[in-house]
Design a protein around this ligand. Structure first.
Ligand code: GLC
Length: 422
């Protein structure tokens, strides 16, 4: 095993000991044991963060990787829904909660989704000894979650699921929403107001799905979310095969294909060589802003000419080819925002490790081993230089946002890929 990998693994282990949250929650009488995104600003359990943490944990502690998923699914609802935040230890942080804009299903569960990284996380936790038993413990709830997404978020059955508020993509202040949200100025307070313009009317209709769609305030077939949806339906199909449910596997494989096809047919803009989110209930709008989300389908089985167009963007020094790739918006986009210590706006320029985790894999799948290795190496270098930060300056590599940020530990999985450690 390489020294570089070993060093990173020790650093991740220490971080995950610091960010570990363990206890019993009086409100539901259940035990929890998970890694929070960051003790300073995000002490609760976030959905996609937790999935990424599981991937990192699987490198050194399978028992904790499994606890992470057990905690995530512990409050899965009878209809299949899993909240994007579980406020396990809410009482300890009431003051912090006052600073969040969150829609609640109960005082302890949010009423939103996040990108469905769940099947990939389950697959990571189900590696090794005891993996089959773990899989049979969580598979039904995992399937129920994907069926919920299909039933509730894809009412027209085209294979693409809709996000109904900006924070559901996990890309909170991405510039791709600016015009759609009617932002008068790029300021944090304006994002909060825009969020309220969407979530307020939802509250009035009791957050009933049909009525939220009908309001047509924010209906977005998000490219990042649907890329992850396609990939995870495919991974879920593999898990179903492993568990002996061949029929279930066929169903999810065909759903994965459908999502992939719909992305290419509906979201690809051949002139720009980019994928754009489709918005509005009638699906007529497009969010024509060049962000990292536009590159995400590289992960999928897309036609070679389309993959080549995306790769050109990744390589172009005026677009995404920064010294520390891959920035969250194109460098030449007028909305590109250099990170600063006091900015609270996220996803408007800096490089994030979780999108790199997907893009490196996509580059390798499309034959660009060289670029995949660069993204893997540079991602690890960011963590080595600047520690586990929420995001990084794509030019200097300086870290910003939350400190001791847990999903940046995906750098460990990126190093493992690069160095062939498994
Ligand atoms: C921010 C990010 C979101 C993440 C959360 C916790 O809101 O935009 O994607 O899940 O922080 O880390």
């Amino acid at each position: 095993m390489s020294e570089r990998y070993e060093r990173m693994r020790a650093a991740v282990r220490a971080l995950y000991d610091r960010n570990r949250q363990q206890g019993t929650a009086p409100w539901c009488g259940l035990d929890y044991d998970f890694v929070c995104p960051s003790t300073g600003t995000y002490p609760f359990q976030w959905f996609w963060d937790s999935c990424f943490h599981t991937v990192a944990l699987a490198h050194f502690d399978l028992a904790r990787a499994r606890s992470e998923i057990r905690s995530l699914l512990a409050n899965a609802q009878p209809d299949g829904f899993v909240a994007h935040v579980t406020f396990w230890q809410r009482e300890r942080y009431e003051e912090m909660l006052a600073t969040y804009a969150i829609a609640y299903r109960t005082p302890y569960l949010s009423d939103c989704i996040q990108p469905p990284v769940l099947a990939e996380a389950v697959a990571a936790a189900a590696r090794g000894e005891g993996g089959d038993a773990f899989l049979s413990e969580v598979l039904a709830r995992t399937v129920a979650y994907f069926n919920w997404l299909d039933r509730m978020r894809d009412p027209d059955g085209d294979g693409l699921i809709a996000t109904l508020q900006p924070d559901e993509s996990g890309l909170d202040h991405t510039p791709k929403y600016d015009a759609y949200l009617g932002l008068p100025r790029v300021e944090h307070a304006e994002f909060t107001r825009a969020w309220e313009r969407v979530a307020g009317p939802y509250a009035q209709v009791g957050r009933d799905h049909e009525r939220m769609f009908a309001l047509d305030r924010f209906v977005c077939a998000d490219v990042l979310v649907n890329t992850i949806y396609a990939e995870n339906q495919r991974v879920l199909a593999d898990l179903l095969d492993r568990a002996g449910d061949a029929q279930g596997a066929v169903r999810f494989r065909s759903r994965a294909h459908q999502t992939e096809r719909a992305l290419v047919e509906k979201c690809y803009d051949a002139e720009a060589g980019l994928f754009y989110d489709m918005v509005g209930r009638d699906g007529r709008g497009r969010l024509r802003v060049n962000t990292v989300s536009s590159l995400m389908p590289l992960l999928l089985d897309i036609p070679p000419d389309i993959a080549a167009a995306l790769v050109r963007q990744v390589e172009d020094p005026h677009k995404y080819g920064a010294p520390f790739p891959v920035p969250s918006t194109a460098l030449d986009a007028p909305t590109y925002l250099k990170p600063t210590a006091d900015s609270k706006l996220v996803w408007r320029g800096p490089t994030w490790i979780n999108t790199n985790w997907y893009l490196a894999r996509g580059l390798r799948r499309h034959g660009r081993e060289d670029l995949a290795r660069t993204v893997e190496d540079r991602s690890a270098a960011l963590v080595e230089r600047s520690g586990f930060r929420e995001y990084y300056d794509p030019f200097s590599g300086e870290g910003f946002g939350a400190d001791g940020f847990s999903w940046s530990a995906l750098a460990l999985d990126l190093l493992a890929e690069r160095e062939g450690v498994r």
